[in-house]
Design a protein around this ligand. Structure first.
Ligand SMILES: Nc1ncnc2c1ncn2[C@@H]1O[C@H](COP(=O)(O)OP(=O)(O)O)[C@@H](O)[C@H]1O
Ligand SMILES: [Mg+2]
Length: 224
């Protein structure tokens, strides 16, 4: 089966400094892969490269078997909107918008219909136990609610590939459990999930890939 995400020899330097070095990996549909390593090892930089937010200096990335190397900026933006979901490390909801509008916004952009986008948002908020917070401004949500809202937003266009960068980094154990359940729903729905984390408990939920000094340490091919 074609991997949802494949990378071969991906490298990225900042000036003379190598940040990501010769990374090859595959993530299959319904698979949870955990990118594990200490702070500063290059996890965020790698997710940006794989999520089409940055371009490697060397190496190639394929989405569903399609090489992204030749894509225009517009094609990359389209793929980020409709094929990829991203849960960022730092809170990046629109503070002045409600939870519901934050979740609906990418769907509205993709499908052009606000009512349809709001229906999709409501369904996700309900799935994540957030219906009672739907009308709440994002800056009034608790950290755990905001993170689940961010996951709902990442899923609203039904992407086949989802990235999450330290999704539980700032949460207590109760909220961590809720966010992990929400992430498990991502793969249960058939999407591929790549989670960067330095939390061993989070890492254990998926197939771990160990990262150190910009490199993956383990054999990295294929599903377990
Ligand atoms: N734009 C940049 N300019 C300079 N250094 C950077 C830049 N982006 C990342 N780095 C450095 O690259 C290393 C890896 O960073 P990062 O990918 O954020 O690691 P992680 O997410 O694993 O903590 C760090 O040493 C960081 O300081
Ligand atoms: Mg990081």
């Amino acid at each position: 089966m074609t991997a949802v995400l494949r990378a071969e020899g991906v490298s990225r330097s900042v000036g003379p400094l190598p940040i990501v070095v010769d990374v090859s990996l595959e993530v299959a549909a319904s698979e949870w892969v955990s990118l594990v390593g200490p702070s500063g090892c290059g996890k965020t930089t790698l997710l940006m490269l794989l999520g089409l937010l940055d371009t490697p200096d060397r190496g190639s990335v394929w989405l569903d078997g399609e090489a992204v190397a030749g894509w225009s900026a517009a094609a990359r933006a389209r793929a980020r909107l409709s094929r990829i979901g991203f849960v960022f490390q730092t809170q990046n909801l629109f503070d002045h918008l409600s939870a519901r509008d934050n979740v609906a916004l990418p769907a509205w952009r993709a499908c052009g219909s606000r009512p349809e986008a709001l229906r999709a948002a409501d369904a996700l908020l309900e799935r994540f136990g957030l219906t009672h917070r739907a009308a709440t401004r994002a800056d009034r949500l608790s950290t755990g609610e905001a993170q689940r809202t961010a996951i709902a937003r990442a899923l609203v266009n039904r992407p086949k590939l989802v990235f999450a960068d330290e999704p539980t980094g700032s949460l207590d154990s109760a909220n961590t459990a809720l966010v992990l359940d929400a992430l498990a729903e991502v793969t249960a729905g058939g999407a591929a999930l790549l989670v960067a984390t330095h939390d061993a408990g989070v890492a254990a939920r998926g197939r771990p890939l160990m990262m150190k000094d910009g490199r993956l340490a383990e054999p990295t091919r294929g599903a377990p």
